[in-house]
Write a protein that binds this ligand. Structure first.
Ligand code: KMT
Ligand code: NI
Length: 179
């Protein structure tokens, strides 16, 4: 199953718009893989008891999970959090998100430091590698429900760019050289 991704335009208009170039410049799953972004398509209707999800969790060691519903009336400090999520940042661990309902965009930096927008919908599970610069936004539907997975005890700490001195960042950059 495929996932739609594209290089973004540079307009400062509403972050919730698609921001496609014209003509569109799509990014393939293969290109995403080269920058360490992995994707699985699952059946979110059976997520409570899904052998495929269990298999991925076991293989990848995703022992922790919780769910977050991102919409105005259910998320405390909604505006503030959305603003934070859209600041360009990295983590020292992988960011693993499984969309259970609704949709949203994850933006990641390409090897050439351009923004790639990834359109995530129900059933999409994505892993962003530790050290990659990225950000998150809702789209114009203003609603998503996501499972957050983690290897071991979760650490949600984000480091806004510039965060190039971290070893994880340097390791990530080195991993691009061998891809
Ligand atoms: C992050 O760190 O970028 C996030 O947690 C994004 C929001 S979770 C769907
Ligand atoms: Ni993040």
């Amino acid at each position: 199953m495929t996932l739609e991704a594209w290089y973004m335009d540079s307009s400062d208009e509403d972050q919730r718009l698609p921001h496609k170039l014209s003509p569109n410049q799509p990014v393939s799953l293969d290109e995403l893989k080269k920058i360490g972004v992995l994707h699985w398509k699952l059946n979110a209707d059976i997520c409570e008891n899904d052998p495929e999800l269990e298999k991925i969790r076991k293989e990848q060691g995703y022992s922790f999970s919780d769910t977050i519903t991102i919409q105005k009336d259910t998320l405390p400090n909604y505006e503030e959090k959305l603003k934070m999520f859209f600041e360009e940042h990295l983590h020292l661990d992988d960011e693993i998100r499984y969309i259970l309902d609704g949709q949203a965009y994850f933006d990641v930096r390409s090897e050439g430091d351009r923004w790639i927008r990834i359109a995530m919908g129900k059933g999409d599970l994505i892993t962003l590698p530790a050290g990659i610069y990225h950000r998150f936004t809702l789209d114009q539907t203003n609603y998503t429900k996501a499972m957050r997975l983690f290897v071991g005890e979760p650490v949600w700490k984000a480091y806004n760019r510039p965060a190039d001195d971290f070893e994880k960042r340097q390791q990530y950059l080195a991993s691009l050289q061998c891809a």
